[in-house]
Design a binder for this molecule. Structure first.
Ligand code: ASP
Ligand code: MG
Length: 407
């Protein structure tokens, strides 16, 4: 007998029929003798609808009140799922985040979970109940309702699994796992049997939007084995786990890409201490996140400095840089919005040389010019022209034979 926490997303909870389908699935696990705790999202589209509704009254809704509204979506689905379970003959009970209690800080709309009181759930489990908990929400110290940021039900599931020391946390969604890359770009993309927490963080933050990033951080921190599975098709899904227990020993796990980047260059700035700070501090003060940074080797006491930002921040960043350029007496400012970032991710890079050279040779053979490069222990990213995105991802996927299951 295991204690299993399952999380079902908005699509899985999208209609009464689908909720009854989820109840059957949860029930079958209970039938096998497992203790079941289920975290659920609101019906798909509901949270968006509630945000819009709030905005009809207040253009910029008061965050405390917004959380009161948007947490209601999950209050509906927990009760419906508990009823569906009861209809099938199971003992089931629903709880809101505040009832559990899931205690958070008071950062409305993006609160962080601090602790979970597991006493109530443990007692109910011992009494044979299936427990259904509202995802995405908690309560601060003063008793205010808080929410955990969009997609936050994943984090609720993981946090419950950590608090209850569950044997596994299963995230049921509308895809059947994590893929080597986006199958819409590479039809040969393969479902991964396992990835590490670290790899998943890179894959998630680079655009493979399967899990809320925070939930992966949380799972890694508390070493909660996570499995991503489809609600609609049976299969083993993808296990997200620590490096030691990862099943597949491959060099590259996946290729992530990001279409939201833009790059900015300031040309001919004095090559002196403090210049990088003078260029980037005003950008940071404007709350613009900088991703990749390159500074050229200086010549004649001058150097060029290039960095990337989110495309939405491009115009704002350009104006700031233009001002800095005048202050520093730089030669020029230039920028490019039509770029993308492509990244190879894999913990195997730590122990294998030659990944970068294979990557660069592959891109060269396709005539793709690399504009920027950055690396970390488990990742190599390049910036290329937007028009080469598909070609770059496809040729790299083939070069590293990612379509083949590891032996
Ligand atoms: N219902 C929330 C959202 O749409 C939380 C979730 O689905 O995880 O963001
Ligand atoms: Mg979701």
């Amino acid at each position: 007998m295991a204690l299993i926490v399952q999380k079902y997303g908005g699509t899985s909870m999208g209609s009464p029929e689908r909720i009854e389908n989820v109840a059957k699935k949860v029930g079958s696990f209970h039938d096998q003798g497992h203790q079941m705790v289920v975290a659920v999202s609101a019906m798909s589209g509901e949270t968006d609808r509630l945000i819009k509704l709030a905005k009809t009254i207040q253009e910029r809704p008061d965050p405390r009140e917004l959380d009161v509204i948007i947490s209601t979506g999950e209050q509906v689905t927990i009760a419906l799922l508990a009823m569906a379970l009861q209809k099938l003959g199971y003992k089931a009970k629903s709880y809101t985040g505040a009832q559990v209690q899931i205690r958070t800080d008071d950062a409305f709309t993006k609160a962080r979970i601090k602790e979970i009181d597991d006493a109530r759930i443990r007692k109910d489990l011992a009494d044979g109940y299936i427990i259904v908990v509202a995802g995405f929400q908690g309560m601060d110290e003063a008793g205010n309702i808080t929410t955990l940021g969009r997609g936050g039900s994943d984090t609720t599931g993981v946090a419950l699994a950590a608090a209850l020391k569950a044997d596994e946390c299963q995230i049921y969604t509308d895809v059947d796992g994590v893929y080597t890359t986006d199958p819409r770009v590479v039809p040969e993309a393969r479902r991964l049997n396992s990835v590490t927490f670290e790899e998943m963080l890179e894959l998630a933050s680079l655009g493979a939007k399967v899990l809320q990033i925070r939930s992966v951080e949380f799972a890694g921190k508390y070493n909660v084995p996570l499995r991503v599975l489809s609600t609609f098709v049976d299969g083993p899904g993808t296990l997200i786990t620590s490096e030691e227990s990862k099943m597949e020993q491959v060099i590259i796990s996946g290729i992530a890409f990001n279409r939201d980047e833009a790059k900015l260059t300031i040309v001919g700035v004095p090559d002196q201490p403090g210049v990088a700070a003078r260029i980037l501090s005003p950008i940071g003060r404007a709350n613009i996140e900088v991703d990749m940074i390159i500074q050229n080797v200086g010549a004649d006491g001058l150097t060029d400095f290039t960095f990337t930002v989110h495309r939405n921040d491009y115009d704002k960043a350009y104006d700031i840089l233009d001002k800095t350029s005048k202050e520093l007496g730089a030669r020029a400012v230039s920028g490019d919005k039509k770029i993308v970032k492509v990244s190879l991710v894999g913990v195997g890079m730590r122990s294998h040389a030659g990944v970068a050279s294979t990557m660069f040779e592959t891109l060269a053979k396709e005539g793709i010019n690399i504009k920027m490069i950055s690396t970390s222990e488990i990742k190599i990213s390049v910036v290329v022209d937007e028009k080469y995105l598909e070609l770059a991802v496809r040729s790299l996927h083939a070069a590293f034979k990612l379509e083949q299951a590891p032996v």
